[in-house]
Design a protein. Sequence first.
Lengths: 340, 302
Amino acid sequence: MAEPIPAAAADDSLLRVEGLKVHFPVTEGVVVQKRVGSVKAVDGVSFALRRGETFGLVGESGCGKSTTALAVLRMLEPTAGRVVFEGQDLTRLGRAQMRPFRRRMQMVYQDPFGSLNPRMKVRDIVGEPLVVHGLATDRSAYRARVDGLMDLVGLLPDMADRYPHEFSGGQRQRIGIARALALEPSLLICDEPVSALDVSIQAQVVNLLMDLQERLGLTYLFIAHDLSVVRHISDRIGVMYLGRIVEIASRDALFAEPRHPYTQALLAAVPLPDPAREAARPHELIAGEVPSVRNPPAGCGFHPRCPEAMERCRERRPELARRSRSVVACHLYDADGGGG
Amino acid sequence: MSEAALPRIAGVSAGPPGRLAALWEFLARLGREKPLGAAGGIVFLVFLLCGIFADVLAPYGINETNLAVRLQPPSLDYPLGTDHLGRDVLSRILKGAQLSMIVSFVAAGLATVVSLVIGVVSGYFGGRTDMVMQRGVDAWMTFPDLVLLIVIVSVVGPGIPQIVLVLGLLYGIAGSRIVRGAVVSVKENMYTHAAQSIGARTFHVLRRHIVPNVMPVLIVLFTTRIGAVILTEAGLSFLGLGVPPPAPTWGAMLSGTGRTYMYLGPWLALAPGLCLTIVVYAINVYGDALRDLLDPRMRGTQ
């Protein structure tokens, strides 16, 4: 191990996730349930978000990105680890103690259709957080607040008396953002907020998010599988594979100099906009399938698919350690040279 | 019970300001978009009013026997004829509307509430709660309805309150399965999740997200149960366990005198049979219209 993982200085980190694990039991039997194993959806994830930054979390489907987000929100109980938000370890809080913190962290969802109740008017959807937290006592102030939120996300306040089905996907996503901003949170968790949208609309929503961040001083945990979107919005990026973070780096460092073989493969898979160059460049695809999270490989989770895999990759799991501009979990960069 | 019942069922969108305006708007939409449903509602309302004012409208006493005019076919004096004891069928139909409506409405209402409570608790909380409750429902449902009814009614004795209670429970528990299924599916929607992550209390989530979205199921459950209750009550009357005679319920008229004297006086069976059919049909089309109108996505279609 070289240097320890650099934790963000305590005073400017808004959210610190330390050794987060979320394991789901796998049971057999109908009446008497016997635990026969566990799915390690998230298995020891650590990262920190500084105030005002955007931390991108990328990885392919099933790597545990969304599970991490849900555990941060305490919508899933973490099996182990700590989630420190604004100096408070959330994993120790009871349901009632958790409520004030829910005001401070909100989520924007992937599916703009499923995340809005079809039987509620947009006004009630956007204002729901205010109602839930007892902030909707004054009727006219409440109306003004909802109108203001609509305006903030670029929707006309007159539209608030319509139902969600009358809006397009991009508009619905704006409604979801307005709802998330109603309580003036400090942290916004965006779980694939644009992946269900048309490309042209994606840019609008991403730009809206960036604009809002600047105006309101928000901190984003931005989950996505689309690297170009993440590159556009993130300050720092964490790459997840099989429930673990394999590399964390600033955006520029990650794209200029990806260290982990998985990160390199991910970047190589992004098509170039120019068809001629795209056709000309070599394509090195990752071989094989993602291993089952129920029965992950020993050692490094990526070794069965890794072009650089060595003996020790099969035996020992690499820990995250700082290598020049990145923090990476890979034996290639072991101090002894790894022999690769 | 009549018009006041509408906004309560329709209450999803009716806010405090202009409840009356919202009601008018709803009725206008009902007439404009769902004429058949509106007709069903009106027919149903007419029967309801007949039931309420049965004692005023009935030309004869319901138990007024006149053996001189027994088994008379419909005439000007007796618009729906008379039965084997010379009682006026119209008067008994009107009174029967009252009894059958009370029994079917209260029992179907109770059944819907029971279904809602069991279905929501079981479906929303899931896990062990769900497991225990559903096994209880399974056990209950292994008994044939009629056997349960006969046992319970013969223990507590016949009478309107008992019958309403028993039918309500019986259909309520059976229907809870359907509600539970709907709740489980609604619960998985992201908007439920969003409300929970905001910090909404369970009651808020149930009231604002779960119940409004299982409302279509509840409406259909309620309207189909009305007919079922009337028919089951008729079956009980036939066994002598229904609303005790001489009180005239439609079911009893149909299965009692109607059946016995079918060949001598077909009007005895036709009158309650037709009334039953019309009311059940009317309430069903009205329920369907209500279900569609309450869905914001259906707004402006058709």
